[in-house]
Design a protein around this ligand. Structure first.
Ligand SMILES: [Zn+2]
Length: 94
């Protein structure tokens, strides 16, 4: 974020530090600016809230493709079969 940029709440815009007067006032309206006030009272329209979830990403990750399910089931069956073979091999050793 632009934490070091002065923010004028009256003009609702960021000011480049050289343009701010030595008294710390806005060159446009003359009101005192907040030094580095990125979290000013008025929310900037650029800050679109992303915390409400991204539906596009959820749609991609939500439903599992059928071939992935089949592959997963086949893998589980294969590993189970190999495990069973290993147990049988161990049993026959004794
Ligand atoms: Zn201003």
């Amino acid at each position: 974020m632009t934490s070091a940029v002065p923010w004028c709440a009256t003009c609702e815009r960021f000011l480049s530090p050289p343009t701010v007067t030595p008294e710390g006032r806005c060159p446009s309206c003359g009101r005192p600016v907040e030094p580095g006030g990125a979290h000013a009272s008025g929310d900037t329209p650029e800050r679109t809230p992303r915390t409400e979830g991204e539906p596009a990403g959820e749609e991609e990750l939500g439903p599992i493709p059928l071939h992935l399910k089949i592959m997963g089931v086949a893998l589980v069956v294969y590993l189970g079969w190999r495990f069973f073979q290993g147990v049988e091999w161990i049993i026959h050793r004794f």
